[in-house]
Design a protein around this ligand. Sequence first.
Ligand code: AMP
Ligand code: GLY
Length: 422
Amino acid sequence: MKVLVIGGGAREHALCRSLSLDPDVTALHCAPGNAGIAEVAELHPVDAMDGAAVARLATELEARLVVVGPEAPLVAGVADAVRDAGIACFGPSAEAARLEGSKAFAKDVMAAASVPTGRSYVCTTPEEIDKALDAFGAPFVVKDDGLAAGKGVVVTDDLAAAREHALACGRVVIEEFLDGPEVSLFAITDGRTVLPLRPAQDFKRALDGDAGPNTGGMGAYSPLPWADPKLVDEVMETVLQPTVDELRRRGTPFSGLLYAGLAITGRGVRVIEFNARFGDPETQVVLARLRTPLAGVLLAAAEGRLADQPSLVWHDDAAVTVVVASHNYPGTPRTGDPIEGLADVVAQDAPDAYVLHAGTRLADDGSTVLSAGGRVLSVTATGKDLAQARERAYAAVDRIRLDGSQHRTDIARKAAEAEAEA
Ligand code: AMP
Ligand code: GLY
């Protein structure tokens, strides 16, 4: 089948890599893509936000399946435009993508479906904001209601900073602080049947030891040796299936990838957030472990046939991904610097490691790869356990040279230690 992927980050590179390894995929296209995706897919300079243009491209290419990666086009209705053109699309409608596009909407759905989440207030005035901040006390959790590219959430002990962020948001969700480790669990759904993937953990803060500002994610790993083996079943029953059922009941079924961001608190599992798409960088490690060819599963979800789909098959391997970011990320990043050593990553002494591109582009000479965004690359590796996957990922990171770049050195460290003790 011919597949068109929309987007151009490391998540889309991971999706394209898996699709390119699927024997059922006869042609792979991506719009707009990046310098790394160009190695496995044909790129098209089409704006991911332009539903009509995406639908036109899919029609021209005679795509059997379109996969929309990022949240902004989903919230803007790009999947609807593709489906209206009669082409199967993996990704929710604009209505269903509000689960990510509006934190207040997500809270409303969770309340209706009795899904466990933090208590919260939706505020629009300074008086409401002060009342809510006062009710919860520190640490304060303040969330912009709308999409904010991973930068809408402030968690702080500083009342003045919490207040300032809340006032800048317009409509804001102020929430109880949830303590405990975070887990990302993805599920593929056709709006009725829900197929959970393997849990992963993301590292949101910029610096080692979970210090520094929030980012889009600096690394991830899977499996989680410390997690309760019953976690996936529990989240299926208390979070994923009820949410999918509630959206179907409302007449706006959610089909695509439902991402539950969870806190494992002392009082049980709580939803921190929903996303309406594969998460980045967790996708890099989850797909590295998936053995079932990807295209057929995504097509079955897009066509409402997941109930007939055999169970997913997984590798026993562990996977670790480390994000290499530009100088000054998550502030305004420096871009346009050459990236060297990419070919060395696939050298013989770095088995099972590969680079997934995020913010990169080819220089006019057609061969030099330049940094073009905050998160530049995601170096992913697999191994027999987390320690080996980690070692391979960091060995590969050390081969890459990008002036001023930064990465965390502690991705999956604690989990690898816990695994070694077990
Ligand atoms: P979000 O954009 O909703 O994923 O939030 C970004 C990050 O902020 C999360 O991954 C958490 O680390 C943190 N966060 C969000 N909500 C809460 C909460 N209620 N309690 C504690 N931390 C939170
Ligand atoms: N890993 C965080 C996100 O994709 O939103």
